[in-house]
Structures are given as C-alpha cells and as structure tokens.
Ligand binder design. Structure first.
Ligand code: GLN
Length: 490
C-alpha cells in the first residue's frame, strides 16, 4: 500500500484523525526544518482548521477519496488565497494572492490539507534551490548538498517526511531533478494536462505543474486530483482524465511489462555521465528486461541541442512574463522621485542575479536583428526535437534515460558557474520542449548514499503508460523503501 493509501485507510477505520496527522507533521516540521529549510511558509493554523473540518465531515459520513484529510505542501509559485506566494523573490515578498490556483482549488476540493509553501529557485529559475532570495534548502540525504531545483523545497520536504506529498512545477526539469536528487517520485505531466491558472508564469510554453510523492501510486493519486481541463487556462487539454491509480493495479503480477518495448536514449549516455549514475541506470534497464520489457537503443540526434535551445526560449519568455513586476500594481515598490527611477530601483532591488541574467538574455535574443538568429532558430530546433521523439515513439512505447547526469552536488559548488548548473538539466529539458510527460523514480544510490533517478518518458497524454512502467519497476526494487538518515534517526 502506498503512503496515502495507508494513511487514508487508517483515517477511514478511525485509527487516526486528520488533526492527529497534521499535528504529527507539524512536529516533524519543527524538528527537521532547522536542518532542511524546505518551507518558506508553514500554515499551521489553517491546516489544523482544515483538518478539523475534514474530521467533522468524515464523522458525518462524507468520503472525498484518497486525499481527504491528507497533509500536503505546495511550491511557493502556486497562488494561494490569503497565504503569501513569494516565488522565493524579494519582489513578491509581501504578495498575498486574492485567489487560489486551479490545482490548489482541486486539492482542497479533494479534501487535502495544506501544510505550507515550499522553497524554490527565484521564479523557478535554477536547478539547486540556491537562487532563493530567502534560504538555501538542504538535501535530506546529505545536508551539505543541494536538493535539486527549482522545486527543491517540495522534493526535500517529501523526502524528509515533512508532508505526505507536494506539488512542484517543471519548465525544464524542476520536478524531476529534485525528485531524483531527493530519492522521491516526481512527474511532469503532458503540457496542458494540468491547468496552469494561478501558477506564476516563468516560460509559458513550457511550464507544467505536477506531483512529488514517496511512491508511484501516491504520484498517480495526486495527479488524478489535479489533472483535467480548465476553462481558465486556454492551453489545458480537454481530454478525459483516466483512472491512473486503477491502471496501476491492473498490471499482471508476473512479467508486468511483457509486450512493452522501451528505448534507451543513446545521447544521454555520453561522457559527462557520472559512473555511479551510469551503473544504476544500466542495472535499472536490466531490471525492466526482467519484468518482461524489450529494451532497444534509440537515437534522438537533436536531443543534445535541447539545452541550447531551451536557454534561448525560456529566458525570452521569462523576460516578457517578468515585465509585469514594476512596483505599480502589486509586490515590492521602491519609492523614487519619478516613475522610471521607481521602476529601475524596484526591479534592481527586487530581482536576484539569476533572474536578472535571464531577463537580460531574453531581452537580447528577442531584440531586432537577434530575433532571427537566436529565437527563431531555437524554435526550429524545438520542432526537430519533437520530430525526433515522434520518430522514436513509432518504435517504442516509452523512452528511458537517467534523470540527471550527476547526483546531488555540494551546496555552493555550481552557484557561480551558471553553465555547469544549466548542464544538470541536459536530460530533462528536451521533454519540456516536446511537451511530453515524464516521471523520475528512484533507481539506486551512490556509494555515499545519494539517490539516483531513472526517467521514463512517454508520448503525449500517456501518463498512464509511464506510471505503469514506473510502478512495475518500483514494486520489484527496494529503493523507495529507503529513508534519509535524518528520518531514520528520528
Ligand atoms: N533549471 C532550469 C532553469 O533554470 C529548469 C527550471 C524549471 O524547470 N523551472 O530554467
């Protein structure tokens, strides 16, 4: 049974209450947060009130499903009514949204209890959560290392069991990378599968919201609650939402992957791949074969160009999206004698260095004379990457790669080396450029005890398929049962 299923069963049988669960998680937060710093805001009071309401409604015979009364956390770029939403930026320091993001609304309707808002790289720009204006989150497996980013707070608090599951956002890997570094499951849905209404925009043609959770089943349950069409997000897809959890239990116990062909993306196995990551990945591929899958090598020749294209496109979109923070309507305002100086000072003091770097890069590639050379070119590369994937999916049902070329790196080691930081996203970014769903699941540890992630990529709207593959793998391996030292030692 997954963690959510286990807790929900206890709740249904009256062995615990939502209030008791929330108190237990708040206690863990009190004990572990001084080491982890994964939360920017803990909403203890509203969480307890919500839990009380869920317990009362349960007592009346109401059952809202798996998430009723379950404590969860939200990345702090998801708008929460009446609760600060900072995007880990000074410019939104005191911003309290007047509305909930659609995903938040859906979780609340499903009865989930919100414990708080998690840390991220400022405006989700980064791979380590070091670019937060407020605090650096530590990796629960080794607190001298980063949790990955940009949803590092969500990854860390799930791994440290400071919530049951969390939401993150993924523009170039920001759910999958922290999942991989923190030893949890993280799923980036198909572009449009989950509404982005109320997600503070980074790069709108790439952003997606998705779950981080301890197991594949938990991930499926959370995805179920948040997926589906939303009239408020014109990019959301109107396709019906399958029963993801049900699909997992439908797999045959023997040879669950018989008849499935998987492709290993050759371009992700080149130099630069950490030897421990390579070994864990190869062992995982072998395990998938044991489960009945046929695994073949697949070449996606344009895969390697993804990173360069992404770092043109994402900053270009970001520079446009971030133009709205001008000190006029909301957020920080640094008063000055005239309006132009006010803009300059507000943005100068409100944004951190990585955000400024992105704004400058984006403004540059969108300016006249450079637009054709950079932006348009990158869009063409994007089309080629999509074609590569389309071609691959005529031969295989899903693709495999390590989630990241390296395990969690030491805090500070890449902070001043943007290029090396960007390279962490090599294997996750092409998936966003093509709008595909992908999941990262734990597939082993380095000798130092750092988690390693396996990425399973599927065709558009095939979340069920990648979850099934991930589930079959997970059920036959011990990795998801390991807990970080901090949890083990209480
Ligand atoms: N690390 C990538 C970036 O900095 C991806 C971030 C994300 O997915 N939000 O843009």
């Amino acid at each position: 049974m997954s963690l959510i299923q286990h807790l929900q069963t206890q709740l249904r049988q009256g062995e615990t209450t939502s209030v008791a669960l929330v108190e237990q998680y708040l206690e863990r937060i009190r004990q572990r947060e001084p080491h982890i710093k994964g939360y920017l805001t803990v909403t203890a009071e509203t969480a307890l009130a919500q839990a009380q309401e869920m317990d009362a409604r349960r007592a009346q015979g109401e059952d809202l499903g798996w998430l009723m009364g379950i404590p969860m956390a939200l990345k702090d770029n998801l708008c929460t009514q009446g609760i600060p939403t900072t995007c880990a930026s000074r410019i939104l320091q005191d911003y309290i949204p007047p509305y909930n993001a659609t995903v938040v609304e859906r979780l609340l309707q499903a009865g989930a209890v919100i414990l708080g808002k998690t840390n991220l790289d400022e405006f989700a720009m980064g791979s380590s959560t070091e670019h937060s204006a407020y605090q650096v989150t530590a990796n629960p497996w080794d607190v001298t290392r980063v949790p990955g980013g940009s949803s590092g707070g969500s990854g860390a608090v799930v791994a440290a069991q400071e919530c049951v599951a969390a939401l993150g956002s993924d523009t170039g890997g920001s759910i999958r990378l922290p999942a991989s570094f923190c030893g949890v499951v993280g799923l980036k849905p198909t572009y449009g599968r989950v509404s982005r209404y109320g997600l503070v925009a980074y790069a709108s043609s790439l952003d997606q919201i998705g779950p981080l959770a301890p197991t594949v089943m938990d991930t499926a349950i959370v995805l179920q609650a948040i997926a589906g069409h939303d009239p408020r997000d014109s990019t959301s897809i109107a396709a019906p939402v399958p029963d993801y959890a049900q699909a997992l239990t439908a797999l045959p116990p023997e040879q669950p992957l018989a008849g499935v062909t998987l492709g290993v993306i050759q371009e992700t196995l080149g130099e630069g791949l950490d030897p421990h990551v390579r070994r864990a990945f190869e062992t995982a591929v072998h395990q998938l074969e044991q489960l009945g899958a046929q695994v073949i090598p697949i070449s996606c020749p344009t895969f390697a160009t993804g990173l360069a294209a992404y770092y043109i496109l994402a900053p270009a979109e970001a520079s446009a999206n971030l133009a709205r923070y001008d000190g006029v309507k909301y957020g920080l305002r640094v008063p000055a004698a005239d309006v132009v100086t006010m803009y300059q000072q507000t943005r100068g003091q409100g944004f951190g260095s990585e955000v400024k770097r992105r704004i400058m890069l984006g403004t540059y590639t969108l300016s006249r004379g450079y637009y054709d050379a950079y932006y348009l070119q990158a869009q063409k590369v994007r089309t080629l990457i999509r074609r590569d994937f389309d071609q691959a999916f005529t031969q295989v049902q899903a693709l495999l790669s390590p989630t990241a070329p390296v395990p969690a790196f030491p805090i500070g080691s890449k902070r001043n080396d943007p290029l090396s930081m960007y390279l962490t996203d090599l294997m996750t970014i092409p998936v966003n450029l093509a709008g595909l769903p992908a999941v990262s699941i734990p597939c082993g540890f380095t000798p130092e005890g750092l988690p390693i992630g396996l990425q399973v990529i599927g065709p558009v709207l095939q979340e069920t398929r990648i979850l099934q593959i991930a589930y079959a793998y997970e059920q036959s391996t011990p990795w998801h049962r390991q807990v970080p030292p901090l949890v083990r030692d209480g």
